[in-house]
Ligand binder design. Structure first.
Ligand code: GLU
Length: 552
């Protein structure tokens, strides 16, 4: 009996060959140096920033080289699959406009691309063809070790401080005679398929990682499992080999945690004589926690999840920019010189990634975002806040819809000027910063009037009554308005000239800002707001009067 008999017994239905698949998935017809990248998440949880960063790099690499960015669903571990995870990944990619060129979305019955299926659980036959080939060549074998045997091997290895795994004398079934293996299979004994490693742990090989540079590793000598017994699907390592080979991936962008698997992948590609793709192992994403810097945690840091940014209403532009700045240290300088270019035009360089970790800073994101929002038009802000609130705050959505003209005017305060006001970091902040401009919210909220220097109730009353009865003026000219305020100031014994006030503060009850603060607080309840003149203009006489009267 031969290896072929064994292979046929294990895979009776596999009749195709590797060459058949090579013909089916020929070289891609792309310009020279075009990069083929893939985002290959396992649907075992919700997308976090550690997924978003490689996806962004994949996208940039493919777009700037006129290549292909495809999405592969790595769902071989059915027991860990989380419902809705695939749909969520699709939504995040589409939210950020990182749409893959090739994909397969079963839930909405949509697919694109000639190199599919792009869902690993639907590629079983392909993987098994490659595994069958290895068995026929005597380079893979069925292993009948039971879970108990493997546990006891692991325990003894740990006890004796030896390397963990099935290698050398622990690989009990690697030299089993074909006849015996066939007999065991016919007796329904459970098995997994293992690679018959030809590596020597004492030999080293050199490997060039695009981020880490030249690295040296000992050869793999572990007979790693390549097919799971539970469902006949391959392990990650083997699927990586087959998929990235047949889909013609040129660059694999993945987490640092895979660096230790390089010897395995190196051996697998070598065994088949396939060229390895290039690898970009991205650094860990870190965050500042008090004085310490630590790894960002999916469990404890809300900002680790991509849903955080959508819920908060950060513009997609700002999130992409913030992540790009930690991908390459020279990104910010590039952006300054190219304020209007797409991030995809930035020439990403894996060498400029920090291999020790990338520090993600929410303050930085806020700054980027504030700056970005400040340069939107009032209509754009209105649309964005409307979109966000429709999903996350229906009360505010209704108010904005009902008060479109006021909303636009509010969002335009200190906007169309050389240095626009930078007040919103995300769209969820808009309500808490503008609520007092909408009667529906003004009437509903408890107000904490933040009076400052002038605290005396009678004095406040006097300022407000005099202002409204004698100095109130509707005008489109801010200077005229302010002249009136200054007159009011002087009349009440305050000083309208700041220079004069600074020289002789004792001569006055206070200065003009004390007067504007009293008016500001009475009509908004806040001591800090954008331009008071603009606010009064939007509120208009009736509302100002009613607020002042109610207050008094
Ligand atoms: N499915 C793997 C993961 O989610 C992909 C790693 C890779 O990109 O190769 O970690």
């Amino acid at each position: 009996m031969t290896n072929k008999d064994l292979a046929d017994l294990i895979f009776p239905n596999i009749t195709k060959t590797i060459e058949d698949y090579e013909r089916e998935y020929p070289q891609r017809n792309l310009p020279e140096n075009a990069k083929v990248t893939r985002f290959a998440p396992s649907p075992t949880g919700f997308m976090h920033i550690g997924h978003f960063m490689p996806a962004l790099i994949d996208y940039v690499l493919a777009k700037q080289s006129k290549g292909v960015f495809y999405l592969r669903n790595e769902d071989t571990d059915k027991s860990r699959e989380v419902e809705g995870a695939v749909e969520y990944i699709r939504n995040v990619l589409s939210h950020y406009h990182l749409n893959p060129d090739e994909y397969e979305y079963r839930d909405i019955n949509e697919s694109k691309g000639e190199y599919g299926p792009y869902i690993q659980s639907e590629r079983k036959e392909i993987y098994q063809t490659f595994i069958k080939h290895l068995i026929m060549e005597g380079k893979a074998y069925p292993c009948f070790l039971t879970q108990e045997e493997m546990d006891s091997i692991r325990e003894s290895q740990a006890r004796d401080k030896r390397r963990i795994g099935i290698y050398g004398r622990y690989a009990k079934y690697r030299n089993l005679k074909v006849e015996e293996a066939i007999e065991k299979i016919k007796n329904n004994e459970k098995y997994t398929i293992r690679l018959k490693s030809s590596g020597n742990f004492n030999h080293k090989f050199k490997f060039n990682d695009l981020v880490n540079g030249e690295m040296e590793f000992p050869e793999n000598d572990i007979d790693i499992p390549i097919m799971k017994s539970s469902n006949g699907l391959p392990t990650y390592h083997f699927a990586h080999l087959v998929d990235d080979y047949l889909m013609h991936t040129t660059h694999v962008v993945r987490g640092q945690e895979w660096v230790s698997s390089i010897p395995i992948h190196y051996e697998l590609f070598k065994t088949f004589g396939f060229k390895m793709p290039k690898y970009i192992h991205i650094p860990l994403i870190l965050k500042k926690d008090g004085e310490k810097v630590r790894k960002i945690s999916k469990r404890y840091d809300p900002e680790a999840k991509m849903s955080y940014y959508e819920e908060k209403g950060y513009p997609t532009y700002a999130v992409i920019e913030a992540v790009m700045t930690i991908i390459n240290s020279n990104y910010e300088a590039w952006r300054e010189g190219h304020p209007n270019s797409s991030f995809t035009e930035f020439e990403f360089s894996p060498k400029k990634m920090s291999s020790s970790g990338a520090l993600f800073d929410l303050d930085k994101l806020d700054n980027i975002s504030k700056n970005y929002i400040s340069h939107l038009t009032k209509e754009e802000v209105y649309k964005e806040v409307l979109n966000w609130s429709k999903k996350y705050d229906i009360e505010f959505f209704n108010i904005l819809e009902k008060n479109q003209d006021d909303s636009l005017a509010i969002f335009n305060i200190e906007r169309e000027q050389k240095k626009p006001r930078k007040d919103f970091a995300c769209f969820s902040e808009v309500k808490s910063q503008t609520w007092y401009m909408f009667d529906e919210l003004w009437d509903k909220y408890d107000k904490n009037y933040e009076f400052q220097n002038v605290q005396d109730k009678e004095e406040i009353k006097n300022i407000l009554t005099t202002y409204f009865n004698e100095y109130y003026c509707d005008t489109d000219d801010k200077d005229t308005w302010f002249d009136k305020i200054k007159e009011l100031t002087d009349k009440l014994g305050y000083c309208s000239n700041m220079k004069e006030y600074k020289q002789n503060p004792d001569k006055y009850k206070g200065n003009v800002t004390d007067i504007t603060t009293v008016i500001r607080v009475a009509v908004t309840s806040k001591s800090q707001t954008p331009d008071l003149y603009e606010i009064l203009k939007i509120l208009k006489k009736d509302r100002i009067e009613s607020r002042i009267r109610k207050f008094i």
